[in-house]
Design a binder for this molecule. Structure first.
Ligand code: ADP
Ligand code: MG
Length: 210
């Protein structure tokens, strides 16, 4: 795991966001202001342009470079939140093993940082409804000695189930909360983008790690 792997994961995330951009745009038009996918794609394009720096760095520093780029380009509420995820992971990466238990700890640290930044947990109809259950399941699988392939197979399923569960939730955080009861019946755009990126990164890694 190094900057090259991180860059390949960014490419996988970018591809899935591009492929699903109309759907994500619509979700944020329904319960937000419609900019979520464009915020993310702007960040992704800046990351692709910074390929050289990202690929040349070791794992932790490459995440730090990605986080800084995300903060300066993504904007919206989600920019600082995805920044927190990536910089929280980067800060924790030093000293962790590049294995299932190590990555479970690193991912959980990133999700904790999002929680501190956004001051929310599960049940508010946000990206946290995907991120927290995925981090929790990741830690459980690590504690049970699961293989990398088993983890990469299961986490996208957890993410999908939790993303779908945001449909019936009442939004109590972010722009969607302004809609009150009318926020119900629509999937949260940040939950969908997070789920898509988790699935794409897991699929990429499943094919490329032994
Ligand atoms: P904005 O709402 O400023 O237009 P985006 O459209 O880029 O920003 O992002 C919206 C997404 O951000 C939401 O769908 C939700 O998942 C996420 N979000 C908003 N507020 C929070 C929060 N406090 N904690 C976690 N995620 C949040
Ligand atoms: Mg928005």
């Amino acid at each position: 795991m190094n900057g090259k792997t991180v860059m390949a994961c960014i490419e996988a995330a970018h591809a899935t966001l591009k492929q699903n951009m109309d759907e994500i745009a619509l979700l944020d038009q329904q319960i937000g202001d419609g900019d979520h996918i464009f915020n993310l794609l702007r960040g992704m394009e800046a990351l692709l342009a910074a390929r050289g720096d990202i690929e040349a760095a070791a794992f932790g520093p490459s995440l730090d470079a990605v986080a800084a780029k995300v903060l300066s380009t993504v904007g919206g509420s989600s920019g600082p939140l995805f920044y927190s995820l990536l910089s929280g992971m980067s800060k924790c990466a030093k000293g962790q093993g590049m294995d299932v238990p190590g990555f479970a700890v690193i991912f959980a640290a990133g999700v904790d940082a999002v929680g501190q930044r956004g001051k929310t947990g599960v049940g508010s109809k946000t990206m946290m409804d995907v991120l927290i259950p995925v981090a929790n399941r990741f830690r459980e699988l690590a504690a049970a000695g699961a293989s990398a392939q088993a983890v990469l197979d299961e986490l996208p399923r957890v993410a999908q189930t939790q993303m779908l569960a945001t449909r019936d939730m009442l939004a109590t955080k972010g722009r969607a909360s302004f809609l009150g009861e009318r926020s119900r019946g629509h999937i949260d755009p940040g939950a969908r983008s997070s789920e898509l990126m988790i699935a794409a990164v897991c699929a990429h890694l499943a094919q490329h790690i032994k």
